[in-house]
Design a protein around this ligand. Structure first.
Ligand SMILES: [Fe+2]
Ligand SMILES: [Fe+2]
Ligand SMILES: [Zn+2]
Length: 502
């Protein structure tokens, strides 16, 4: 039997566009569903991406990846294996486990929309495979973490997180819903495939994977690597779409870059910034969060922008300054309000602070007094008294990113205010205010946690807010991972401090 070689049939199978005769092109691909700029099919005809995967190849490769994950899970992903890991590190896993898997599920929806309304057939094929990827990315962590729920109910937040009104979940939904559920295929390609997946996911899926390896967490390392190989493939959609959009509507392309770069940066500052610089044990850290951003974002992303002829976002200097400060401010806020999140936090000791001071020589002196003050509160109270080193009143949130208002530094905050249709809004930063002003119809009606409290939709009392509104309880709300028992914190007068918590 004569079998055609791959190269002889692949283009025929990938490029299946035809001229519609029953309806016109605009009815087949209406602008609200396909995205703007709306261009005739001829403008997309040359669309291509380098992987050019066929369905048969896809299934074969994915089957092998799945088998590898399951083999490793049987070998090192059991509850007893988890007990051998550093308790602090496990909280980096919980942070990932809650914020990513159901976001990946939202990416299934975005990719399926592109698989129907993307303007070129090869794009649609790649997006269809992307949707299958994203389903796998949602399922692997749900499966792996499920086995751990029984012995640690905080892992239940892997599935629960996006279904709650916990404040990080509100912020994550605000971002993920727009990026993955609501955006048209062009905005999805630029925001998700080009900005989020080509640049930022490397921080978590390559950078944090190297720390998982050092922390001895081979299961989590494998999970991240298995996902990353898929991301690298469907991320290629972004560049190919962006090149066409730049040719026809450069300012729209630039706006989408500016908007999604900032929003992605904030998301990863929370997820990866905390995990790398605070929750990963010192011995397992391979580099600082800032160093990873410099490698993956500053160098690579900038080169990618140059290649397509776009500028760096206009707020680049503000971004560079935030790189030294933002996740440190957020982390101090989160520690001070640790009962409002689903994972435990750690108090950086002298060794960790010396490491942070070396990695962030310009900015760290401003954060040292915050941790000194928190340490002082623990010293006064003694181990186990969480509330003495905890905030009591709800804090303010940005009306765009919905994260805590903690841009800038203790001396110089970056908040911006704005009145729109008679309502006053506040933002953590100038780029957040810019995004709001560019599309107020998208954002103006949303209510942050404080607005919900003022409207009587959420309780003002912090304990009630945490339990009745955020969905946490005594077992799951975040605590100090060692209950304040640090040998360096309570030298002679608290000998029990040296004992690890059972
Ligand atoms: Fe994914
Ligand atoms: Fe993806
Ligand atoms: Zn903001």
């Amino acid at each position: 039997m004569l079998v055609l070689k791959r190269d002889q049939w692949l283009d025929l199978a990938r490029k299946l566009d035809w001229e519609p005769s029953y309806v016109d092109e605009k009815q087949l691909f209406p602008e609200p569903a396909s995205g703007k700029p709306w261009l005739p099919a001829a403008a997309w005809r040359e669309w291509d991406e380098p992987y050019r995967t066929s369905y048969t190849e896809y299934v074969t490769n994915q089957q092998a990846k799945e088998a590898a994950v399951h083999t490793l899970r049987d070998a090192v992903g059991q509850p007893d294996d988890r007990k051998a890991l550093d308790p602090c590190w496990l909280n980096a896993v919980k942070l990932h486990a809650a914020t990513l898997p159901l976001a990946e599920f939202a990416a299934v929806v975005g990719n399926l929309r592109a698989a129907r309304f993307g303007r070129d057939s090869a794009w649609r094929t790649t997006a269809a495979l992307g949707a299958l990827d994203e389903l796998r990315h949602a399922q692997i962590p749900l499966l792996l973490m499920h086995g751990w729920v029984e012995s640690d109910p905080q892992f239940d937040w892997t599935h629960k997180f996006f279904h709650t009104d916990q404040w990080v979940a509100i912020a994550a939904r605000h971002f993920i819903d727009e990026l993955l559920l609501a955006s048209d295929p062009i905005e999805l390609a630029i925001g998700t495939n080009f900005v989020f997946e080509s640049g930022f996911t490397n921080l978590q899926f390559v950078g944090l994977a190297s720390m998982a390896h050092r922390a001895g967490d081979r299961m989590f390392e494998k999970l991240l690597q298995s996902i990353q190989t898929d991301e690298a493939r469907h991320a290629q959609i972004g560049r190919a779409v962006l090149e066409v959009v730049v040719r026809h509507d450069r300012s729209h392309a630039q706006y989408l870059i500016d908007k999604w770069f900032w929003r992605s940066w904030l998301f990863f500052a929370v997820v990866t910034g905390f995990a790398m610089d605070y929750l990963t044990p010192l011995a397992a850290r391979t580099a600082s969060f800032k160093e990873f951003v410099q490698e993956w974002i500053l160098d690579q992303f900038q080169r990618a922008l140059d290649d397509v002829g776009l500028e760096r976002p206009w707020y680049w200097d503000q971004f560079l300054r935030a790189l030294d400060t933002y996740h440190h401010m957020l982390c101090a806020s989160a520690y001070t309000y640790r009962a409002t999140v689903w994972f435990d936090s750690v108090l950086p000791g002298p060794a960790e602070r010396a490491w942070l001071a070396a990695k962030y020589p310009e900015s760290w002196p401003q954060f040292e007094p915050i941790w000194e003050r928190i340490s002082g509160r623990w010293r006064e109270a003694g181990p186990g008294v969480e509330w003495h080193a905890h905030g009591l009143t709800p804090v303010g949130f940005c009306n765009l990113c919905q994260l805590v208002l903690c841009g800038g530094t203790p001396e110089h905050n970056t908040a911006r205010t704005l009145v729109h249709a008679g309502r006053k809004y506040i933002f953590c930063s100038e780029p957040c205010a810019f995004i709001f002003k560019s599309e107020p119809q998208r954002y103006a009606a949303h209510r942050d946690v404080v607005a919900r409290i003022l409207a009587g939709q959420a309780p003002a009392n912090l304990l009630e807010l945490v339990t009745a509104y955020f969905g946490l309880d005594r077992q799951t709300w975040g605590k100090d991972v060692h209950g304040g028992r640090y040998a360096w914190l309570h030298p002679a007068d608290h000998p029990e401090a040296a004992e690890p918590r059972s």
